[in-house]
Ligand binder design. Structure first.
Ligand SMILES: Cc1cc2nc3c(=O)[nH]c(=O)nc-3n(C[C@H](O)[C@H](O)[C@H](O)COP(=O)(O)OP(=O)(O)OC[C@H]3O[C@@H](n4cnc5c(N)ncnc54)[C@H](O)[C@@H]3O)c2cc1C
Length: 440
């Protein structure tokens, strides 16, 4: 059962329309799931990805939560993705000196969250697109869109174009579609944190070493996360380092992994077990994430035939552990709305009404965590003192995890219209809109 309370859903037989075609911009996580869900809804889709090559093998490790796995099950990927990586048991919150502040056991009736390499999920998505016969066109960077009464034409940086009935922006935090919808749309905001992660040959004792738990610690100078690899071969780790001025990818690359590892060791020199994990960390396995970002509330999720999905409209930052899960939820929910509401404006309005409160609440919670991670020594001390009490009261698993992880999409439930708000977007002349050369 969908947890949205806004759309007044009813269960009836539906008519599937087959005549519409969607141009899906972005072949990351939301884009492929969007295309698969549209296909299930009887709507044709084609995916356009800016990069020339597919991203197999690229990206670090991330967690897919039970709600994300539930959304992937709707498009027939639940079992396959549910076998990727390793399951996560209880989340242990530590004081950075080896002491435990509290523990979040998972919710017994939900599947375990899974930690996987981004590339593993990517491969499954790309394979399923191929099997389903959905085209992914690489080297197609959207730069402009032209909308008329009969359809919408996407223009790409290589001079080519494509026409469809709808244009769905799954193009991440630097979304071009977002600025085509509203030139004044807010940009993603830097969290003030730099992400670094990799693998270490250090073996943890007990259940941590067996990969049964995942651990987070607000250390003396930076935030540290780690978990034992399920095969017992070592430890995966990441650090979120306060970095007030955002560095460019080039600046981060120039520093070099050996130097980043040295800095991590210095920052975590007083933290346990971070110090031991980092002592045996391998710089060749490390990745840096200079753009840890969060999307502020986006006033306009859609305009005309264009709509936004995933990080393009609701990136809740890595601290939520929910970016990918919310992206796939939104993709499936939008497909459901388009299936049941042939008028795309009605479908977009229902989609926004069902998604906005949920994603903005999760982003607001993550923002508080980011502030905590970026806090100075006093803030860290306050957290250490308050955490045990908070975890027994307001931060109980039932209160914290149930609303987020327990969300399930009922694909069979019919969506009924909401009263659409009239989008008051700064006037953009009908016709060709956009600007070339925007970076993803
Ligand atoms: C360090 C880190 C850790 C994270 N950990 C987690 C976690 O544990 N759990 C979790 O759920 N999420 C996590 N996330 C967030 C997660 O990675 C994102 O939420 C997710 O990738 C969003 O998917 P998306 O498809 O919306 O965007 P993306 O994955 O960013 O995909 C967007 C795609 O659009 C393409 N594109 C951009 N512009 C254009 C254009 N103009 N034309 C055509 N194509 C374009 C891009 O090349 C890209 O392929 C983490 C993120 C980071 C950085």
């Amino acid at each position: 059962m969908s947890t949205d309370g806004t759309t007044g859903t009813t269960r009836t037989t539906r008519t599937t329309r087959t005549s519409r075609k969607a141009l899906v911009i972005g072949g990351g996580i939301a884009g492929p799931v969007m295309a698969l869900a549209l296909r299930k809804a009887g709507i044709e889709a084609e995916v356009f990805e800016a990069y020339e090559n597919s991203a197999e093998g690229v990206g670090g490790t991330f967690g897919l939560a039970p709600n994300g796995l539930g959304a992937l099950a709707v498009v027939g990927l639940g079992a396959e993705v549910g076998r990727l990586g390793q399951p996560v048991g209880p989340m242990v919150i530590e004081d950075g000196r080896g002491g435990v502040l509290g523990e979040f056991a998972g919710l017994a009736d939900l599947p375990h969250q899974r930690l996987m390499r981004r590339a593993e999920l990517y491969e499954v998505l790309q394979r399923r697109l191929r099997e389903t016969g959905i085209e992914v066109r690489h080297g197609k960077r959207l730069v402009a869109a032209e909308e008329g009464a009969a359809g919408i034409t996407a223009h790409f940086a290589d001079g080519s174009s494509a026409t469809g009935d709808l244009l769905i922006g799954c193009d991440g935090t630097g979304s071009t579609v977002r600025t085509l919808i509203d030139p004044d749309a807010p940009a993603a905001r830097y969290t003030g944190l730099l992400g670094i992660g990799g693998y270490s040959a250090h073996r943890l004792p007990g259940r941590a070493g067996r990969g049964e738990t995942v651990h987070f610690a607000n250390g003396a100078r930076a935030f540290f996360g780690y978990w034992g690899l399920a095969d017992g071969s070592g430890t995966a780790w990441f650090s979120n380092i306060p970095q007030p001025e955002q560095l460019t990818s080039e600046q981060v690359r120039t520093v070099g992994m050996t130097e980043w590892l040295r800095r991590c060791r210095e920052l975590h020199a007083d933290d346990l077990p971070a110090r031991d994990v980092l002592r045996r960390a391998d710089p060749d396995t490390m990745e840096t994430f200079p753009r840890l970002e969060i999307m502020p509330s986006v006033p306009h999720w859609y305009r005309g035939r264009m709509v936004l999905v995933g990080d393009a409209v609701h990136a809740p930052s890595n601290s939520s552990g929910q970016g990918a899960s919310l992206a796939v939820e939104s993709a499936v929910e939008l497909a459901r709305c388009l299936r049941d509401l042939p008028d795309h404006t009605a479908a977009f309005a229902a989609y926004e009404a069902m998604r906005r409160p949920r994603v903005e609440k999760i982003a607001a919670d993550a923002m508080r965590t980011n502030n905590q991670k970026a806090a100075g020594p006093v803030g860290r001390m306050v957290f250490r003192l308050a955490a045990p009490i908070l975890m027994r009261t307001v931060m109980s698993p039932e209160k914290m995890l149930r609303p987020v992880h327990g969300y399930r999409i009922d694909w069979e439930q019919r969506v009924t219209p909401v009263v659409p708000k009239v989008p008051v977007v700064p006037v953009v002349p009908v016709g060709r809109q956009g600007r070339a050369g925007r970076a993803a």
